[in-house]
Design a protein around this ligand. Structure first.
Ligand code: ADP
Ligand code: MG
Length: 657
């Protein structure tokens, strides 16, 4: 006789029920040899299913020991138990327990997925098994499209997928009509014939009479265990070329990394199928993430665009330019009475090695007159380098020459506002206009600078500073200097030198400096602060979105408890279940992230139609951090639901419908 394959010693199993325990199995000692066909009979509630679950390593006994092929199952962890279920046992349930959203082939494949069989091979074997069971024309039907008998045959094919040396059939005919029931028994006979060990649970004496050995349970105890001398029926009809258990199941994924990768890919597909099955819910779940990511990416892009605009505006004024103004700071009330910015300062500054050029500015207001048109304008006396230093371009004519400065030449450069106001479209070049009583010939017209804050409406006129001071304003001091630093010199060092030089000349520091460099730094610092603020809001909105995802995932786990039970029964590890739900959460979040990014591009496009001054800037960094964030949220908020799913007890999960 063959060696004992399954060996139970003093097995008890009790369930906590209220304040006392219900004993489902009470001190069962039993051996089953390889190749036996055993029927377990007994009234409802006698413990048959509980025994079956213990035999199939779905459940652990409260007491006693159980060995499979000489290996004590009490010492095995849940993963090793899952591997036993996968490789040795095949379950057939009364209610088939197929996954409703997968077709026949995909249902049959599942045990091989967890065993790490390559997709091509396992699909081939699944189709082969189904064909041998007479379902060749039902390969891609879903359980809902199959009759009870057909569904039960799909579940037999699933039980045989990884070999199925021991077939555990719990009331396999219980839900079938008589004809399908007979067919079912014939298949079990055939499998027995081929060498499979068959353990059949039934409360029907007729069904039991097909087995070689009949074990009767009563209140969790074995009352009889005897040979059946009047075996009924033999294998015939359906599935006559079923595989023997020795027939090598398909090659397992040889390399463990490849096998894990295969399981990962499969889990992704399963997650995709599960998400597609609840499209509206998936979309609503994503909504929080979509809004969060859209808001963040858009606002960051807008901020980057605005910042780039401000920086380019400032840079166009020249980044190596330092202004010197009287007073302590902007808005100093004593500034107007400080008259120390003198021509001697100008000469001293011009002699510094780091100075490229210096232009003084003397400003005032003046009444302009050309023929019979008059207008108030601001007038500035400037040096020859002024327009270059300031980055002002000319639309007509040019700026002042050094000769103009020396001669106190009565020449003027006007801006376009003035040109429009006084000359109304006519060419102002060469015309003479009056600044107060001083006649000046127009030698240039400046180009308007575009400003993000609307265009300047002031009229501006520039004169050589010598002419402005000598002939118009009648003063010897300047209102400010603008110093252009030579290429290759540090702005900061130059600024410090200027401060030191002028302080020495004036005897005290009665002026202040301002450079576009410092303004740039301030702008950069401000935008950095804004970015931090925006990110904080982003984090909050994404956390809210993540909580939404977690909430739905928890519901999803509860809803799919039965599916989880089935997967565990056919050999899924806890890690497989955890992985599947984590992947689902990550997919939802990533999907939300991608939609969010696409949406913000849409917003960017709309924005570009209405606003031209600022161009939204999508940086690779913000896009990749959006991806990274959504993945992280998926992992973070999917973790709890996934852990809950993986920790489910397979039996309780299976019992849940
Ligand atoms: P059978 O399959 O023979 O009808 P079961 O093995 O399902 O019987 O149940 C045996 C006994 O154990 C019953 O009294 C049942 O109520 C109890 N039982 C089974 N499973 C559980 C469980 N998960 N929790 C509590 N009691 C259970
Ligand atoms: Mg039962």
């Amino acid at each position: 006789m063959a060696m004992p394959l399954l060996e139970l010693r003093g097995i008890s199993r009790s369930f906590p029920a209220g304040d006392r325990d219900v004993t489902a199995l009470d001190d069962i000692t039993l051996t089953i040899r390889a190749g036996e066909m055993v029927a377990i009979v007994g009234a409802s509630g006698s413990g048959k299913s509980t025994l079956m679950n213990v035999l199939g390593c779905l459940d652990r006994p409260t007491q006693g020991s159980y060995s499979v092929a000489g290996q004590d199952t009490g010492t095995l962890d849940t993963d090793r138990l899952a591997s036993l279920r996968r490789d040795h046992f095949g379950f057939i349930f009364q209610r088939y327990h197929l996954l409703p959203h997968l077709d026949a082939v995909r249902n049959v494949e599942i045990p091989a997925v967890y065993a790490g069989v390559a997709p091509g091979e396992r699909r081939e074997r699944a189709a082969l098994l189904l064909t041998r069971l007479g379902l060749s024309d039902r390969l891609h039907h879903r359980p809902g499209q199959l009759s009870g008998g057909q569904q039960q045959r799909v579940s037999i094919a699933r039980a045989l997928m990884n070999g199925g040396a021991v077939i555990l059939a719990d009331e396999p005919t219980g839900a079938l009509d008589r004809a399908s029931g007979r067919e079912m028994l014939a298949i079990l006979h055939e499998l027995h014939h081929r060498g499979h060990t068959i353990i059949l649970v039934t409360h029907d004496r007729d069904v039991a009479s097909h087995a070689q050995r009949i074990i009767q349970l009563e209140d969790g105890r074995i009352v009889t265990d005897e040979e059946n001398r009047s075996i009924q029926g033999e294998g015939s009809g359906a599935g006559e070329d079923l595989p023997a258990p020795e027939e090598a199941p398909p090659e397992r994924g040889a390399h463990p990394v490849r096998a894990s990768w295969g399981r990962f890919v499969e889990a992704c597909k399963m997650a995709g199928i599960a998400l597609a099955a609840h499209r509206l819910r998936t979309l609503l779940t994503m909504l929080g993430i979509i809004i969060g990511i859209t808001a963040v990416v858009t606002v960051v892009a807008l901020g980057q665009g605005a910042r780039a605009k401000v920086i380019s505006d400032i840079s166009s004024m020249g980044t190596n330019v330092i202004d010197v103004y009287p007073g302590k700071d902007w808005g100093d009330e004593k500034a107007s009475s400080i008259r120390t910015l003198a021509p001697t300062d100008l000469t001293a500054l011009q002699q510094q090695g780091f100075v490229d050029s210096v232009t003084p500015v003397s400003a005032g207001a003046v009444l302009l007159r050309y023929r019979n048109v008059t207008a108030n304008a601001s007038v500035s006396g400037v040096g020859e380098q002024y327009f270059r230093v300031r980055g002002v371009e000319m639309v007509r004519g040019g700026g002042f020459r050094s000769d103009d400065l020396r001669r106190q030449a009565q020449v003027a450069v006007i801006d376009q506002n003035t040109a429009r106001k006084l000359f109304a479209g006519a060419d102002p070049l060469g015309e003479v206009l009056f600044l107060g009583n001083l006649p000046c010939r127009v030698i240039g017209v400046t180009k308007e600078k575009e400003s993000p804050f609307g265009n300047n409406q002031n009229l501006s006129v520039w004169l050589p500073y010598s002419a402005a001071q000598g002939r118009l304003l009648g003063r010897q001091y300047f209102d400010s200097f603008t110093v252009r630093v030579k290429e290759g010199f540090s702005n900061q060092v130059a600024e410090a030198n200027i401060v030191r030089l002028l302080t020495r000349l004036h005897g005290e520091k009665d002026f202040f400096t301002s450079s576009s460099d410092t303004i740039l730094k301030t702008v950069k610092k401000t935008t950095a602060t804004l970015t931090v603020l925006i990110s904080a809001i982003a984090v909050i909105s994404l956390v809210v979105g993540g909580i939404g995802v977690m909430n739905i995932m928890l519901v999803s786990v509860t809803e799919r408890t039965h599916e989880i039970g089935i997967r565990m029964a056919v050999g899924a590890r806890q890690s497989d279940i955890r992985q599947q739900f984590l992947i689902e959460a990550v997919l939802v979040c990533l999907g939300g992230g991608v939609i969010g990014i696409v949406l913000s591009y849409g917003v960017g496009f709309l924005f570009s139609l209405f606003v031209t001054a600022i161009v939204m800037k999508f940086s690779l960094l913000s896009l990749s951090s959006a991806f990274l964030c959504s993945t992280l949220i998926g992992v973070l908020f999917g973790f709890l639901p996934a852990r809950n799913a993986a920790r489910l007890d397979p039996i309780e999960a299976l019992a849940r419908e």
